[in-house]
Design a protein around this ligand. Structure first.
Ligand code: PLP
Length: 389
């Protein structure tokens, strides 16, 4: 028999930091709540109580998986909303006058804090970092010593460059100065184990669609004893923290997705880490002057799911993602701003990256394969060969 060559994949998806495909097991868990279990969880009759029980079970599952108490978990519409709760909720409810973050945070954290600064409610300070995005924790400590009882928001992992921050060490520093510490764990929830008993944080967050759950649902962990005022008013759902009829099938899906993620974490981590290592090696071999942004290529200091690739200046830089898309590779990009008018990546900008180099972020999941990595590298290398030829 003549061996058949494997055909080019129809579509290669390497944008899992933006969102992940829904796990079929999660869909199965959700479907009954889109069909037969339609009661309103606030209704007192049996149909409502059955749905209420599903929400409370989901809360217990999420709490158990991060070693929290169920009462410490509030479901939200997404990670952005949970980050907003942590920022507005703690600054306003606790009367904090100073906030500390870093210029490398996601806009879900930066924009609420900048809004609080603009309204005069807080003075906002930024932790220094180096050109690879490592935070200067000595600077954090200096600022907290000058201004204890501050709101601190520093992410666990950066969504663009993949850098991991030492949130245990940050929590210890915050605790020494009685700071309120929120960490945006959107990119690590479901990909790393979280144990709030080992962290000195007051808040952390999750977003289901980043770990093969549905879009439009997230959660906020609030350490017990900390009372934050609601952002949405109009009902007593979520223990008065967030009014509005719950996204029941989303909440059920979130809990199922987190359960699966934690259950299968070691195998998936090994699989995806191997894909990332292969990506780095193949890119080095195939694309001249390839570099990696931040700590992206360092296995111990960056997300195993994210590889931020910096490519040499070329005529195709601006159209790179479009060309990759035509080659059936979905990835995301970013570049440092060339002028104030051009919106680029605030993270690459803050790192002082060369605006003439193009960035492609490949982000992987358990559903990707080695063959897809090879295909994506070859597609990218081919585009560059065409320009140089
Ligand atoms: N924080 C980080 C680090 C993210 O990567 C994202 C999404 O990309 C968010 C917050 C916002 O999450 P959501 O899409 O659920 O609003």
């Amino acid at each position: 028999m003549t061996p058949t060559l494997s055909p080019a994949p129809a579509f290669v998806y390497f944008d899992n930091a933006a969102t992940t495909p829904l796990d079929p097991e999660v869909l199965d868990a959700m479907l009954p709540f889109l069909s037969q279990h339609y009661g309103n969880p606030s209704s007192l009759h049996g149909a409502g109580r059955q749905v209420r029980a599903a929400i409370e079970n989901a809360r217990k599952t999420v709490a158990h998986l991060i070693n929290a108490a169920p009462a410490e978990i509030s479901f939200t519409s997404c990670g952005t909303e949970a980050d907003n709760y942590a920022a507005f909720g703690s600054v306003r409810s606790l009367g904090l006058k100073h906030a500390i973050t870093s210029p490398l945070e996601h806009h879900a954290v930066l924009h609420p804090l900048q809004a609080l600064e603009k309204s005069g409610e807080v003075e906002l300070h930024y932790v220094r970092h180096d050109a690879q995005g490592r935070l200067d924790l000595g600077h954090l400590e200096e600022m907290l010593a000058a201004q204890p009882r501050t709101f601190v928001s520093l992410m666990h992992a950066n969504n663009e460059i993949g850098n991991l921050n030492d949130i245990e060490a940050i929590g210890e520093i915050c605790a020494r100065y009685d700071a309120v510490f929120h960490t945006d764990t959107v990119q690590t929830m479901g990909h790393y184990r979280h144990n709030v008993q080992q962290l000195k944080n007051h808040f952390l967050v999750g977003s289901a669609h980043k770990f093969h759950g549905p879009k439009g649902v997230g959660f906020l962990y609030t350490r017990s004893g900390l009372q934050v005022n609601p952002l949405i008013h109009g009902g007593s759902q979520e223990r008065n923290v967030r009014a509005g009829t719950e996204n029941v099938y989303g909440i059920v899906g979130l809990a199922k997705a987190l359960e699966i993620a934690v259950r299968d974490l070691p195998q998936h981590q090994a699989h995806v880490q191997a894909l990332k290592t292969r990506f780095v090696e193949k890119l080095r071999a195939e694309v001249e002057d390839v570099q990696f942004n931040g700590l992206s290529e360092h296995a111990d200091h960056s997300l195993y799911t994210v590889l931020s690739v910096s490519l040499p200046p070329s005529a195709i830089s601006e159209m790179l993602l479009f060309n990759l898309d035509i080659s059936k590779v979905a990835a995301s990009g970013g570049s440092a701003c060339t002028s104030g008018a051009q919106a680029g990546s605030h993270v690459l900008d803050a790192l002082g990256c060369d605006p003439d180099r193009a960035t492609v972020r490949f982000s992987m999941s358990k559903m990707n394969t080695a063959a897809e990595v090879d295909y994506a590298v070859e597609a990218l290398a081919k585009l560059y060969r065409q320009v140089v030829a």
